[in-house]
Unconditional design. Structure first.
Length: 190
């Protein structure tokens, strides 16, 4: 079975967190946020990732983006989807929202050094989804898209470049390397 009960459950859980609980939108756009985790799950499925990695892709922002009143925790994910999925989600989660944007991004970059191959796949799919969207938006609207970010165009691009380069260096034979290298080349010319 390809479309498993657990994948269906993860989709419904992610919809609940991002759409129903908070009507979350993509940064600066009228596009439901749920499109992003579903895209990440699709990229992972196309890369023939395991069911746990696909589920983690669908859930990867639920801890980070849940509201205080409907907080998603590692324990909730573990209870519903297992320890491996919870650990994968946590591996790509920016946990300390009290840090500055720059500090959170530096911490996230440092974590890549300790990633398992499954975490690399998950982070790669997240980067492919986010950076592809930035590139498409930039092709349509130019530099004004960077006004929706918490940092300058240069800082935003550098964070993505650094993460992509760390991912490539960590696992040169990843099934997503062709895609990740392609977006690296494209973001360098924005």
């Amino acid at each position: 079975m390809i479309y498993t009960k657990n994948i269906q459950k993860a989709i419904l859980f992610s919809i609940q967190t991002h759409e129903l609980d908070q009507k979350q939108k993509r940064k600066g756009k009228d596009i439901p946020y749920i499109s992003h985790p579903l895209t990440v799950g699709l990229i992972l499925a196309r890369a023939q990732a395991s069911e746990d990695v696909i589920i983690a892709g669908i859930l990867h922002d639920t801890i980070e983006d849940s509201t205080e009143s409907k907080r998603v925790t590692r324990k909730i994910i573990e209870d519903n989807f297992g320890k491996n999925v919870a650990e994968l989600v946590l591996s790509v989660t920016e946990e300390n929202k009290n840090l500055s944007w720059k500090e959170r991004k530096a911490e996230a970059l440092a974590h890549i050094e300790n990633f398992s191959n499954d975490s690399i796949l998950l982070k790669s799919a997240d980067l492919i989804s986010n950076v592809s969207e930035i590139i498409d938006d930039h092709n349509k609207d130019g530099d004004k898209i960077f006004t929706r970010f918490s940092s300058s165009k240069e800082a935003t691009i550098k964070v993505y470049q650094d993460a992509i380069e760390a991912i490539i260096q960590k696992w040169e034979n990843s099934p997503l390397n062709e895609d990740i290298n392609l977006i690296l080349q494209k973001i360098k010319i924005i």
